[in-house]
Each structure stands twice: as C-alpha cells, then as structure tokens.
Design a protein around this ligand. Structure first.
Ligand SMILES: [Zn+2]
Length: 370
C-alpha cells in the first residue's frame, strides 16, 4: 500500500518519511488511534515503503517485486499478528490468515468488531495466543528471505495477554534489521512493558477535507454530499463508509423503542426489553452502542446540517424529532453514558445489567428539568 492511497494524515506521513530519510528509525513504533483513523493503513504504507527497492523520496514505487508482494499481503519478511477467536477444533486453532488477507485487500479500515463479525465469532472474545507469540519468535529468529528488513506488524496488541511478555526480550534487543509495528486503539490496555519500549505515534482523526476529497474522487459523491458525510464521520473512514452503505439500519428500530420507553418512563417495559436485547450477545451490543452514539452525534449537529446525506429517511426523522425534545447538553450526557457502557462491555460487564442501568440513566437525563 502506497502512502498516497492512505486517506489524509499528511503530517504523520511526513513525520514517518523524515524518520526514514534521516535513518533514525525506532525499532518499535506504536500507531495509536481509532480504528477509522487509518492507523493500520499508515503502518502498512510504512512497511511497504521500508521494503520497497525502488522507492522515491516520498513514496514506495508500487511496482517492484517487494511492493507487489506487499499489495497482496504475502511478503515473506512481514509477519502479521492479530487477535483471533478461540474456535479450536480437532485440527487445532484455524489460522485465519486467508481471512486477514482478504479483509485487508478490501480495505485497511476496519474495527475489531468488523473483524470478529467477519470470522463469524461476534460473541467470542478474540485474543493473541501463546502459540502466536511463539510463532513470532520463530519467525523473527530466521534471516530475512529477501535480505532486507524483517517486519512484525501486530494489529491490536491490547489483545495480547500476559503471555506477550515472552516477546519482551525481542522488543528490547531485536535481531538485526527487525522492525516492530504495533497498531492499536487503546494504549491503556496494552502491556506496559511493551508500550514502554515503543515510540508512540498518535494518529488523530482524519481531516474532514481529506475524507470529503476521497468520497468525491472514489465514490462519486458531489461536493456537498461528500462534505456532509465527511463531517458526520467524525474523521473515521469506517464511519464514512458505513454512512455510505446504510440505507436502513437494523439498530434503528430497537433504539427508537428504547428511547421512547425511557422518555415515557415505562421503566418496567425497559427492563424487560433490556433482558431480551442483552440476549443478542456482547459483540452485537457493542455495535448497537456504536450506532446509538453515531445517531446521538447526528442529533447534536443537526442544527448545523439541514440535510444529512449519510442517514436514511427514517433515521433523519428520528434525529430531528429527538433533537426537539432533548437539548444538546443532554445529548452529550447520553453520548457519554453510551461511551462508558461500551467500555464496560469490553471489560466484560454484564450486558443485561448495563442496559438496565442505562435505561434509568437515560430516563433521568431526558426528563430532568434543566
Ligand atoms: Zn517498490
């Protein structure tokens, strides 16, 4: 993947290129950012640039044998590590490598939830296994096939448990010509021993203008729709692409019902609903919270955007109705509750309890006098 196809993030691209030009490349770098920010895309472009045999001053060539292997994610000197669900069968844990390649070929902008869904494991927790850590060590101990650098690209080191500590020796004293590229979202959840040995690169949300340009050039949107969708996306390519795809979202109906129950103080009903809906499973619920946050953000900016091209007619209807009853300060409150609930779910909180608790909180927020 060339730097030129990574959406936006010009300042970071420059910073990475400057590092390469000066020859001062840290051997472990942590690309920390939201999944839609392009942290993974940047790391892939960086790896491609590092290995390219005919690179220019500012980008890889895209045509040399190394670039061609990188484009199909089959370069023998790049080892990819990512969380996988525990779906052990008689043959052991499937390696999911083909899924990984196919996913990357489609788009390097995807979240942990997208990935688990793709593997048909939405209710399972993923992790980076012990076996995988041993495979990394085996792999990095070998000489580079192509005589250049070896790269370990680890996506979401936050899913590395204590077993990850066996990698420390490697990160501390890496074999010659070895680069560690860690790509993650939440540095708080990464083993501190690993984090402290890496240079952290904060990947901010993508500039609206860059997303808008991308939507115009590759998705054929007119300027106005591209600008609106970019604004709605909050700097996330994942959200921008979701907004393009969504015609009718399956989460709208439950969200509408839930908010109605909270507004009308039908709390018994809300508790029954929570009981029922929590049966959908943790990962579906995370998606639901993500969607609800998206809609709340649309409610918050709805005065700025007279028309929102990213939303379906029903969603627009809900958003404008909700904005009339609930003022922006309250929306922010609701958004923050959803956000905390999302993280509580990630930390294995009980779905049923979280949903019931949220119902009480929302009723209080929506009905409060101020
Ligand atoms: Zn090349």
């Amino acid at each position: 993947m060339k730097f030129s196809v990574v959406v936006g993030q010009q300042a970071l691209k420059e910073r990475l290129l400057n590092g390469c030009r000066s020859g001062k490349v840290p051997h472990a770098q942590f690309f920390s950012g939201d999944p839609g920010s392009g942290n993974l895309a940047l790391a892939l472009a960086y790896a491609t640039f590092t290995l390219c045999s005919q690179r220019t001053d500012s980008d890889s060539c895209g045509a040399c044998p190394s670039c061609i292997k990188m484009a199909s994610f089959t370069h023998p000197d790049v080892h990819y590590t990512f969380p996988v669900p525990n779906l052990k069968n008689k043959q052991g844990t499937p390696d999911f490598y083909t899924d990984w390649r196919n996913t990357l070929i489609q788009s390097p902008y995807f979240s942990y939830e997208n990935w688990m869904l793709k593997l048909g494991a939405e209710n399972k927790q993923g992790n980076i296994t012990n076996e995988e850590c041993r495979a990394i060590i085996r792999n990095l101990s070998m000489k580079a096939f192509e005589g250049g650098k070896k790269i370990l690209l680890m996506w979401l080191p936050e899913y590395l448990g204590a077993q990850g500590n066996i990698l420390l020796k490697f990160i501390e004293e890496p074999p010659d010509n070895t680069l560690f590229l860690l790509v993650g979202t939440n540095t708080n959840r990464v083993l501190s021993t690993i984090l402290s040995r890496s240079q952290i690169l904060r990947v901010p949300p993508i500039e609206d203008e860059a997303i808008s340009r991308f939507l115009k050039e590759t998705k054929g949107l007119d300027q106005e729709s591209a600008d609106r969708t970019a604004l709605m996306s909050g700097g996330s390519m994942i959200k921008a692409e979701e907004l393009l795809n969504v015609t009718e979202n399956v989460f709208l109906q439950p969200l509408r019902e839930w908010m109605n129950m909270c507004y009308a103080l039908r709390l018994n009903e809300a508790l029954k609903w929570a009981d029922n809906f929590s049966g959908e499973g943790r990962e579906v619920l995370k998606g639901f919270f993500g969607y609800a946050m998206e809609i709340m953000r649309a409610v918050a900016v709805q005065e700025i955007l007279a028309e929102r091209s990213g939303l379906s007619t029903q969603e627009k209807e809900f958003v404008s109705r909700f904005a009339k009853i609930v003022h922006p300060g309250k929306i922010e409150n609701i958004y923050n509750h959803l956000n905390s609930a999302y993280y509580e779910l990630e930390r294995n909180g009980q779905p049923k309890y979280i949903l019931s608790d949220l119902s009480f909180k929302f009723s209080r927020v929506i009905r409060s006098a101020d």
